[in-house]
Design a binder for this molecule. Structure first.
Ligand code: DAH
Length: 345
């Protein structure tokens, strides 16, 4: 027993030198000092010792354990010097010296939210509609006839083949689709009678297979407005747009309506706003989109009696506003997600 303890001690001390890192040390500790280790096994021999030898055997065993533990602690300390363990971290060091930077919402998201907020103050609720639409809502119900050039498959992202499917699905090319969805829902909610008034804005993505350049993208954002009530006139439309322009772009903003044509409004107008983007520069006219009085055919198509109800609608591009406001020269910059660009806005 005493010889085998001596052997265990010398082997243990020798093999400890071979432990070169934390994993090696731990393997050694388990092998010698662990609950199924060699020292524990030697205890079995101790139990078999004759009574008179027990005192000497026990003392020797304790001495071997103490020697191995001390050697282990020393070796651990020596290795630890090159291997900073949590105990050696300097808690007085300043923390978080390297910042990953705060995130922010995309400029288009922010402009969209600002626009909705301004319209919300004027009583408009935010409405939503699907981006995957059908040509019924994108065209037919908006009074855009079957032969209208805007429906050309070349100019639209059809998902179904329009020659084979009667109501082909497509990515919506304008947020005007939401006008139809909202009017349908309001008539349904009233059990066939329009639940009025309707006063909504609908921001969202639209898709057109345009060749991408500095001012065109195959995906961009529009915000649509719709107000349906009794005795709504073109004067209400103009007032609303003036109030919007002044609330969003500043007190000295002006608007201009130029006669135009859209199938879903009559009369229709092109909407320009005179906006001062910088204090040190004169205000500039910017073409923002279109507007007009909702066409009787559109109302009728949704089950709304145009003799009883009138409405106005408008739609404009969100990128245009963001680009003018922040002097962004190329629409592609908005979608490349280059953090060096986005973090400047
Ligand atoms: N949807 C039209 C477009 O994408 C814009 C527009 C014009 C929307 C007139 C309207 C409107 O609501 O009344 O070019």
């Amino acid at each position: 027993m005493l010889e085998s303890l001596a052997q265990l001690e010398s082997e243990g001390l020798a093999s400890l030198v071979a432990a070169k890192d934390a994993a090696g040390l731990e393997a050694w500790r388990l092998s010698y000092l662990g609950p199924s280790g060699k020292l524990k096994a030697a205890m079995g021999d101790f139990a078999k010792l004759p009574k008179e030898q027990k005192a000497a055997g026990g003392a020797r065993m304790n001495a071997v354990r103490a020697a191995l533990e001390a050697a282990f602690a020393e070796r651990k300390g020596a290795l630890g010097a090159n291997d900073p363990s949590p105990e050696t971290v300097d808690l007085t060091e300043p923390g978080f010296v390297t910042s990953t930077g705060l995130g922010r919402r995309h400029i288009i998201t922010r402009v969209r939210e600002e626009l909705c907020e301004v319209f919300a103050r004027m009583g408009f609720e935010v409405a939503d509609g699907p981006e995957l639409e059908d040509d019924e809502h994108n065209f037919a119900r908006l009074n855009i006839p079957a032969e209208h050039p805007a429906r050309d498959p070349i100019d639209n992202f059809y998902v179904d083949d329009p020659r084979k499917v009667s109501t082909p699905r497509m990515l919506r090319s304008q947020t005007s689709t939401v006008q139809i969805r909202v009017m349908e829902a309001a008539v349904k909610a009233g059990g066939g009678q329009l639940r009025a008034p309707i006063k909504i804005v609908a921001p969202g993505r639209v898709y057109r297979p345009d060749t991408v350049d500095a001012t065109h993208s195959f995906m961009f954002h529009q915000i649509e407005g719709l107000y349906i009530d009794r005795a709504v006139t073109m004067a209400d439309l103009k007032t609303t747009l003036v109030q919007f322009a002044q609330a969003y772009f500043g007190e000295d903003s002006e608007i201009r309506l130029r006669p135009s044509f859209f199938p879903f409004t009559e009369p229709s107008a092109e909407l320009d706003m005179k906006i001062r983007f910088r204090a040190d520069q004169p205000a500039k006219w910017v073409e923002l989109g279109g507007c007009g009085m909702v066409h009787p055919n559109v109302l009728q198509g949704c089950g709304i009696n145009p003799e009883e109800w009138q409405g106005f609608a408008f739609g404009f591009g969100i990128e245009r506003i963001a680009m003018k406001r922040y002097e962004i020269p190329d629409i592609r910059m908005l979608f490349e997600n280059d953090i060096r660009f986005l973090s400047q806005l």
